[in-house]
Design a binder for this molecule. Sequence first.
Ligand SMILES: NC(=O)c1ccc[n+]([C@@H]2O[C@H](COP(=O)([O-])OP(=O)(O)OC[C@H]3O[C@@H](n4cnc5c(N)ncnc54)[C@H](O)[C@@H]3O)[C@@H](O)[C@H]2O)c1
Length: 305
Amino acid sequence: MGRLDGRVAVITGGGRGIGAAVAEAFAAEGASVLVNDLGAAMEGGGHDAGPAQETVERIGRAGGKAVADGTDVTDFAAVQGMLQRAVDELGRMDILVNVAGIIRDGMIFKMEEAQWDAVIDVHLKGTFNTVRHASAYWREKRGGQYRIINFVSGSGLYGSPTQPNYAAAKMGIVGLTFSCANSLRGYGVTANCIAPIAFTRMTESLQGKATIMDYSPDNPRISAENVVPPVLYLATEESDWINGRVIESGNGRIGLFSNPVMTRQIVTDGLWDTDLAIAEMETAFREAIDQPNPFARPRKRGSDD
Ligand SMILES: NC(=O)c1ccc[n+]([C@@H]2O[C@H](COP(=O)([O-])OP(=O)(O)OC[C@H]3O[C@@H](n4cnc5c(N)ncnc54)[C@H](O)[C@@H]3O)[C@@H](O)[C@H]2O)c1
């Protein structure tokens, strides 16, 4: 008995890296899988049917069922066709995993408009496209258990200085996921995020670098496969108690993020006196701002924070 017997999953970016590991694991657990991948370059652009096809062939050799799909997730109409294809060829659609992604790094003060647009387009618009059409399909079903799993990043959650476009796109996906968690619950849908950590082509430049992680192809802890267990669990019907959450997975750790909560509040009965508001903020908020942040750098001058 597989954990996903009889279920159909659509996995974007399933041709390489983490998406391929998710697709193979889901198929091994009994799901039929539509493996979507444009076969794009890491910075976007290009098209290659090979990666999606290779994942499908590996799944087939292992005795699983999968179809390959080369749709560009940025294309609203084509994504609708892709999901319809899953229904037509695999019989239904229960699980949507948005893994497709690109990066075009740069500091905010040097970022080109095209760098910004491309990254927002693939991650945020691409996730909107799949979620939009999948949710319309599930709404019509009126009954059942459906799953959305969106890939986000520590880059947004911690604020990577060199990835403002990517951080913004990923945090946009977090907000989209929170909204879907609330709007789709009544239709049997849960929506959650995974923030992965893995050695893939996206992180291979970190190999040998002095980071807190050992990025190496020989380190099983940081393999794409090691991201999969919570993704698999979020795809099962048993996980219906978890909705609108962010889970970090990778490097042998699985962590639950807290959702944003207000930690301090100051209140007035009428119009704020500005001096009073500032004085109360300095007292109440300063002591509350104590979050460990791997990306934070001390200010150069005149700062004690
Ligand atoms: N590797 C990490 O440590 C890490 C960390 C944080 C977040 N992520 C995120 O996890 C996901 C998977 O990353 P990965 O490391 O496996 O990357 P990867 O580059 O190995 O795989 C991404 C796949 O997405 C596909 N893709 C790109 N644009 C597409 C489009 N428009 N339509 C369809 N497919 C498209 C690519 O062809 C590629 O096969 C991404 O969303 C990434 O941002 C990865």
